[in-house]
Design a protein around this ligand. Structure first.
Ligand code: ADP
Ligand code: MG
Length: 390
């Protein structure tokens, strides 16, 4: 789960990490007042669930409150497109007004879960700022990575090794050791999937400060943190993702035109691969999980059909726990409810498969049955091609 920069900074602050003084505003008048409070000269920062805002015009230095207000008028309601938002962009509804800090040096520091080792790993670089992805690609030797043993936790000597690798000396090096240890504490106590400070800066006055902050909570820890859902800004999410969440379905939006309904994440990955191999482009995938009910399948199908990019649907379900006739009923119910005339291919196998196929064939829907995964993928691609005007 994502949160905004200003919320992430509040959390870092509560772990003793210095952050700039700031206020979050919802209107351009509030931005003006906040700018006055910061002394006129300040930084205006659009709050969206994505980085790369600086280069997209979402982070700007202003010199007086009226200028802050003008900028806010332009930013509010605008969709910012950055390399992390996708082409559709994200709408600005909150703005952080911050004191303008005089920066001497910028570093990169983060802790995230490494799926390879199943451990937290700390990533640091003296080449911080807005181009960290490029540094990682062009000069990987400038990125320092440390895998953290969950049993011993992060030890001070390890944090010091990182601070030294960043080229820090003396008291600022010790400050950095403390900051790294605090960041690790934040990560484990708050069940974060990612905490990222880019840039971590040394100010001209000689202090370490988090100038940007990104915190991502591990969704599996929600039962331990009842306050997390209230921190969510739903305006930053795809409405279909929100609906899917309500029914406990995983929905991921992609760029193509074939909606995919699958049970199980592994099968979803295989389905996307085979679909691509057959020349198809997935518009999304919706994982209905192992023991989904007919109601869940119905909701899932409706969600897929609400995606305007979807021009055809590919259902790939292995009915181990789930019965195929129930899946078929769910599909038929949802498709008739929304008057779906789109081509549908269903590939299913397992319990009551013949009953399921029979129901579909008698349904009057524009549906074909795939004999296996490859055959199903080819069929949906062909059905789409056949329906395309020349
Ligand atoms: P993003 O990563 O989304 O581009 P950042 O918060 O990192 O946004 O801001 C981009 C750049 O703006 C930073 O690298 C930093 O140089 C500068 N910056 C951000 N906040 C401040 C601030 N309060 N004072 C001075 N400079 C800032
Ligand atoms: Mg940044």
């Amino acid at each position: 789960m994502n949160i905004h920069e200003y919320q992430a900074k509040e959390i870092l602050g509560s772990f003793g990490i210095a952050v700039p003084r700031g206020r979050v505003a919802l209107t351009s008048d509030q931005v003006e007042r906040a700018a006055k409070e910061m002394g006129g000269r300040c930084i205006v920062k659009a709050q969206i669930y994505a980085g790369g805002r600086g280069k997209a015009g979402g982070v700007k230095l202003v010199h007086h409150p009226e200028q802050a207000q003008e900028l806010a008028k332009d930013l509010f309601g605008r969709k910012l497109v950055t390399p992390q938002t996708g082409p559709q962009g994200l709408k600005v509804r909150r703005i952080l007004v911050e004191e303008a800090v005089e920066i001497a040096r910028e570093f990169y520091l983060s802790i995230t879960l490494d799926r390879e080792t199943s451990r937290y790993c700390l990533i640091a670089s003296a080449e911080g700022g807005v181009e960290i992805e490029e540094v990682a690609q062009k000069s990987p030797e400038k990125i320092h990575i440390l895998t953290i043993d969950p049993f011993t936790g992060l030890r001070p000597y390890q944090a010091r090794k990182i601070a030294l690798a960043l080229g820090l000396k003396g008291s600022i090096c010790e400050d950095c050791v403390d900051l790294i240890l605090n960041l690790y504490r934040c990560c484990t106590e708050r069940d974060c999937f990612l905490v990222e400070i880019n840039p971590l800066v040394i100010t001209k006055a000689g202090w370490l400060m988090a100038m940007d902050a990104k915190v991502n909570f591990d969704d599996n820890s929600m039962f331990r943190h009842r306050e997390y859902p209230d921190m969510q800004d739903y305006s930053q999410l795809d409405p279909l993702e929100i609906t899917a969440g309500k029914f406990d379905l995983s929905y991921i939006k992609l760029q193509g035109n074939i909606g995919c309904m699958v049970n199980g994440a592994g099968l979803a990955m295989a389905t996307l691969d085979v679909l691509k191999e057959s020349g198809g482009e997935p518009a999304n995938f919706l994982d209905v999980g192992g023991g989904a009910t007919r109601e869940k399948v119905t909701e899932a199908f409706k969600i897929i059909l609400q995606d305007a990019d979807v021009k055809g649907v590919f259902v790939n379900i292995f009915g181990g726990i789930m019965r195929c006739d129930i899946i078929a009923q769910g599909i038929i119910e949802a498709a008739s409810e929304v008057h779906c005339a789109l081509p549908i291919v269903v590939r299913m196998d397992g319990s009551k498969v013949e009953e399921g196929k029979k129901l579909l064939m008698q349904s009057g829907l524009n549906v074909q049955i795939g004999n296996n995964l490859g055959d199903g993928a080819t069929r949906i691609v062909q059905m789409l091609q056949a329906g395309r005007p020349n």
